[in-house]
Design a protein around this ligand. Sequence first.
Ligand code: GLU
Length: 424
Amino acid sequence: MIYVEPAPIKDKENPFESMMSRFHIASQALGLNDEVYNVLKNPVKQVIVSLPITMDDGSIRVFEGYRVIHSNILGPSKGGVRYDMGVNLDEVKALAAWMTWKCAVVDIPYGGAKGGIKCNPRQMSSGEIERLTRAYTQEMINIFGPDRDIPAPDMGTGPREMAWLMDEFSRAHGMTVNAVVTGKPLVLGGSLGRAEATGRGVMVSAFAAMEKLRINPYQATVAVQGFGNVGSFAALLMEERGCKVTAISDISGAYYNPQGINVKDALTYRDANNGTLAGYNGGERINGDDLLTLQVDILVPAAMEDVITVRNAEQIHARLIVEGANGPTSARADEIINNKGVLVVPDILANAGGVTVSYFEWVQNRLGYKWTRDRVNRRSDRIMKDAFERVYQTALKYGVSMRIAAYIVAIDKVANTYKYRGGF
Ligand code: GLU
């Protein structure tokens, strides 16, 4: 059995410790042997690079870039690249491990990785971001590859950055290699349905959970934290299916309307307003943190990690939390939330729709063929529903939360595959 002490849980949790403490609990429930435990707890590769970039004013700034490959047991490693000032090695390590568990939960043939550059893309020109992306790709030229490690968008990146990454990688190889990255623009081999895939998966998981809790969607109220690629589509798709979205938020603050926010209008406003909700008047402006403790049935944290913590977990009113972001709930908050009887659909399940459609994009690229939006949606919905049910049944079987159940499903799958592959 496992002899390793659980990661100490301090007041201020870091994402890697949060990940490790769940991994530890699930490994124990599963009776994982300590050899495999030690294999899975350590990332296989951690790369840190310095990227000197000429800025528009002629000065040279050096940025720090990371890529962590947590596991390639199930297949080539997969995971996004994040551009944010908060990027650091511990965060990237946690996010890489979450990708391993996420891909295993939805049963797609990928390992897990994550990358990031510590930068503030909001304060950089398009040209500066392009040079930074190309420099990062050059430094990762022997790491990335369609059968090796496949990046994708994450916080602060999107189709534009993926196009530069694909182009730079392709130039270095003297041929078009579109399967090296997913989340590309449609014209470069992106998949229909990829842009909304994560939000759609959040909606599908929310509806599966509502069915279990016997919540009538037409009477359900929802608060969504974050109005980027994940939160905005989750809000829109839930609204389209009858839920009342009473609060949304982004970096400009939160907006609350007990009669229901008109999500379509909010999206139109955001897109015409430099991508932010600043000045939006379809709801009362409230403090961003207060959104989490509103009187709603469903809470969708879809912004960033560590927002539901020991500080606010007790005040949460929602009966259902569907985690659109990676790691929004700290490990210590888990216990408080579980004791309150709140059902949490964990990140590695709830937001797996994005990487699922990334997988479809990669499959289409390799086939040289394009699927219809309908086919993409039908197949990803099925994968999400099946994964939800698998995790739900595992939770009942082991008498654990859905979060620990999702780790159990994932660790079991990776550990079994490892037994066949073996080590040195
Ligand atoms: N960055 C997204 C995530 O955290 C997508 C990753 C991917 O598509 O590879 O799931």
